[in-house]
Design a protein around this ligand. Structure first.
Ligand code: BEZ
Length: 212
């Protein structure tokens, strides 16, 4: 059965460009993003892995580790990293899993044979410190993902994990948040001392609680 939000992220051991890892041990106490791409030495994938390399400091600020995956070998990954660094002006310094036996791809439902035979499509799994799956995104091979959007979602996930808020449509870091329905009106002033607006009884907003 395919994985769903809230499920535990399956653990595995795998060879990567940075040696063998046990996935849960590698995640440690923080957040993780596991993302697959179809194939090394292909154009869209080259731009994506470069973009992730450039965003790595932003992920680190948020205590998020990133790890890529395709069904190519460690040697292929290592050779291709040279091309990514050269063409994208970056330094790929996160591991890439070599899943030539497709073990992780099967575990995470990353092969969709009716869309792309025998190769991994563009899957993204965001995993929380509790090792539960917080977000699943699936893109086809020909469409590069927007990793700024994935960073935006991480901001939302971390905010909603720590405060009784949700984030509205097109929310960006710094925008007002929505007070979740479970918070009673009489609790709002204590829980949200920065202020709030009641637009409708079910639509109440507050300044983003984790900013000074
Ligand atoms: C690409 O990365 O450009 C790509 C890979 C597999 C299929 C289609 C495009």
């Amino acid at each position: 059965m395919s994985l769903r939000l809230g499920d535990e992220a399956p653990n595995f051991t795998a060879q990567t460009t940075e040696g063998e890892i046990n996935f849960h041990d590698w995640i440690g106490e923080g957040w993780a993003i596991l993302f697959s791409h179809p194939k090394d030495y292909t154009p869209v994938c080259t731009t994506e892995l470069g973009a992730v390399a450039k965003l790595k400091p932003e992920f680190e600020k948020r205590n998020v580790k990133v790890i890529a995956l395709s069904v190519d070998s460690v040697d292929d990954h290592k050779g291709w990293i040279g091309d990514i660094n050269e063409t994208q002006g970056c330094n790929v310094s996160y591991p890439i899993i070599a899943d030539s036996e497709r073990k992780v791809a099967e575990l995470y439902n990353m092969i969709h044979p009716n869309a792309l035979e025998n190769l991994t499509i563009r899957s993204v799994y965001v995993i929380g410190p509790d090792k539960k799956i917080k977000l699943i995104i699936t893109y086809p091979a020909a469409t590069g993902r927007n990793f700024d959007e994935i960073l935006r979602v991480v901001d939302s996930l971390q905010l909603t994990a720590n405060y009784s808020v949700a984030t509205p449509v097109n929310w960006r870091n710094g925008d007002d948040c929505i007070i979740v329905p479970a918070v009673k009106d009489e609790e709002i002033e204590v829980k949200f001392p920065k202020g709030h607006k009641i637009i409708k009884p079910y639509l109440r907003t507050t300044p983003q609680p984790n900013l000074n």
